[in-house]
Every structure is written in structure tokens, then in C-alpha cells.
Design a protein around this ligand. Structure first.
Ligand code: ZN
Length: 241
């Protein structure tokens, strides 16, 4: 039996999965409606897992139409537009690169921080996005936060390549970690081949997001703040330089 991967699951080829640095691409409109299109392939990252959607433009002949939001709905990736483009049109998509790169840096930082805090026994993590990580009640202290900060910055300076590879669902279902099993439950059953993202020696998770190529590109932390919430919950907010 052939493995199904993200590319086969979506009606549009998610070009951002194979190349997170693709800024412009050519495509055909396969579905269209009032102020939206679905393309046969797209480099626009749809809003997912705490990473916001890309913005940019779609060029169709002389027409340049703004893309203000991109969302997955079932098997389709919808581009929401400030204008209309007909089905069958040949178009060129252009991503607003500066915000996308900033999101990739912060999302890769989120992976690294998660790995480091988990190693320090801070977990389990219950939520994270591009600015913060939330943990269940634990004895996470200011001292641990400072030591993670120093370790994080050291790993950034070491310029470690971020590895992306595929693993089968079967290999991952034996996973002990409750949070990872819960995450796996949310992935459509139709997908057998899962994309793993590894910062070797520090963080490993499955993720279909966009990431920078190496830890050096993440950049140093300018802020890592611990806050104590209700019932002993701990939250750590972060900001990159
Ligand atoms: Zn990721």
C-alpha cells in the first residue's frame, strides 16, 4: 500500500511543505467564488497550529488581487481575496515575505523552547503559539527559565541544521507522551505519513508548519518571561531580537 502524505490529502499541492522558502509560484485556479480561490498548488501557508496564515497577492494577467487570509477547509486550501478571479485562470502567487519569515523564526523558536522546557521537566505543555508557552502546574522556576534562555541562545549560535523527515503513523502510535498522542488523534486518518521536525539533540515533534533551515536563522531571544497563572499554572512568553 502506498503511503498518503499531505500532498495527496489536500486538493492543492501545499508547496510550503516541501520548500518553506518559496516566495513566488505559478498555479491554476481549480475552484473560485465570491472573493475566494482554491489553487492546484500553493505556497501560501494556511492558518494552523498557532501559526497565522500568510498574506500577499495573486496576479492574474494585469490584475493584482490582495490575499488577506488563507484557511484549510476540509481538503481545500481557500485563499480569501479582495477581488474575484475566475476558475481556470493561470495565476502567480506572491507571499508577503517579511511577516512569513518572522513567523517561521518564531515558530521554530517555539519548537526549540518546547524541547528545552520539556527536558527541564517543566511540562506537559498545554498550549503554545508564536509568543508564549503554557504549562500545566509544575515547579517551573525563574532559575530554570534563565538556564533555558542561556541554552537556547547557545544553540542558536551553534547554527544547528533543522531536520525534516517523514515517519509512518504506526511508528508514532506507540508514543508514550499523552500530549503527542492527543495531537496524533487530530490528524486525519487518511494521512499515514507524518512529517517530523527535529532540532537534533533538543526537540522533536510532528508538524506541517514552516520552519527556518537552521537554529542560527531563529535568532537570539530578547525576552523570556515567566508568569504564574491561576492554580499553579506557568506561562512563559518570548520575543526574538
Ligand atoms: Zn513546526
Amino acid at each position: 500500500m502506498r503511503d498518503k502524505s499531505t500532498e495527496e490529502y489536500f486538493s492543492s499541492k501545499p508547496l510550503y511543505v516541501e520548500d518553506s522558502y518559496l516566495k513566488e509560484f505559478d498555479a491554476q485556479v481549480i475552484k473560485a467564488g465570491p472573493k475566494f480561490v482554491v489553487l492546484d498548488g500553493t505556497a501560501f501557508y494556511p492558518e494552523s497550529g498557532g501559526q497565522p496564515s500568510d498574506t500577499g497577492v495573486i496576479q492574474c494577467g494585469d490584475q493584482v488581487v490582495e490575499v488577506h487570509k488563507v484557511m484549510k477547509r476540509g481538503r481545500n486550501i481557500f485563499h480569501y481575496l479582495r477581488g474575484d478571479i475566475p476558475v481556470g485562470a493561470s495565476v502567480r502567487g506572491v507571499i508577503d515575505w517579511e511577516p512569513r519569515l518572522y513567523n517561521m523564526r518564531r515558530h521554530s523558536a517555539e519548537h526549540l523552547l518546547t524541547g528545552l522546557f520539556e527536558r527541564e521537566g517543566a511540562g506537559p505543555k498545554v498550549y503554545s503559539d508564536l509568543t508564549r508557552l503554557d504549562f500545566k502546574p509544575s515547579d517551573l522556576t525563574e532559575e530554570t527559565v534563565r538556564s533555558v534562555e542561556a541554552e537556547f541562545n547557545g544553540i542558536v549560535e551553534s547554527d544547528i541544521p533543522i531536520r525534516i523527515y517523514y515517519a509512518s503513523r504506526d511508528e508514532l502510535e506507540g508514543e508514550e507522551d499523552e500530549r503527542k498522542r492527543a495531537f496524533l488523534e487530530k490528524i486525519p486518518r487518511a494521512l499515514d505519513r507524518l512529517r517530523m521536525v527535529e532540532i537534533p539533540g533538543h526537540a522533536l515533534t510532528f508538524c506541517f508548519g514552516t520552519h527556518v533551515r537552521s537554529t542560527l536563522e531563529i535568532g537570539l531571544l530578547s525576552e523570556l518571561e515567566l508568569t504564574e497563572g491561576k492554580k499553579g499554572r506557568r506561562s512563559v512568553s518570548f520575543l526574538l531580537k
